[in-house]
Design a protein around this ligand. Structure first.
Ligand SMILES: [Zn+2]
Length: 162
């Protein structure tokens, strides 16, 4: 038997496991394997390896494992990114609030001085001071609203993933 016959047999053994063989090739291979111990051994080894692969594979529906992993990873990443941001937001809010309280007398004097220098009616610069004072409050309300909105979208996410 020549080398080409063995090569052809080995190729057909692989091809049979992947895409199947035409009837004529199946017959030729069967005849060759009956006569050739080397190629018959290779065929047995191939079957054993494929069998091991099949039993090692976890029987899950296609894509389920990777989809779940992807979702869990995404969620973990989302939480990691969000946590420091939220803390920073509250910190900025608190600082803004504290600054508003501490600076109130100075700001009052500043507005007063500005009003006296420019001749703007008292009511106007008092109103200006009032608006200045509301900046931390507005900031606070915006932060609270953003928290509420995010919690809403979060529970949407929980519903979708169920
Ligand atoms: Zn052979």
């Amino acid at each position: 038997m020549n080398t080409n016959a063995h090569d052809r047999a080995l190729q057909l053994i692989a091809q049979a496991r992947v895409e199947g063989l035409p009837e004529s090739d199946v017959n030729w291979l069967r005849t060759h394997l009956e006569d050739c111990e080397f190629c018959a051994g290779h065929a047995r080894q191939t079957d054993r390896a494929l069998g091991l692969l099949r039993t090692a594979a976890i029987p899950l529906p296609d894509g389920l494992a990777s989809r779940t992993q992807f979702r869990v990873r995404l969620r973990a990443q989302e939480l990691r990114e969000r946590e420091p941001k939220r803390r920073a937001l509250w910190l900025a809010c608190a600082v803004s609030w504290a600054f508003g309280i501490v600076s109130a007398p100075y700001i009052w004097h500043l507005f007063q001085w500005f009003g006296e220098r420019t001749g703007v009616p008292k009511l106007v610069w008092e109103l200006g001071f009032g608006l200045w004072w509301t900046i931390p409050a507005v900031f606070f309300v915006v932060v609270v609203l953003m928290e509420k909105m995010r919690q809403g979208s979060e529970s949407d996410w929980m519903r979708q993933s169920r």
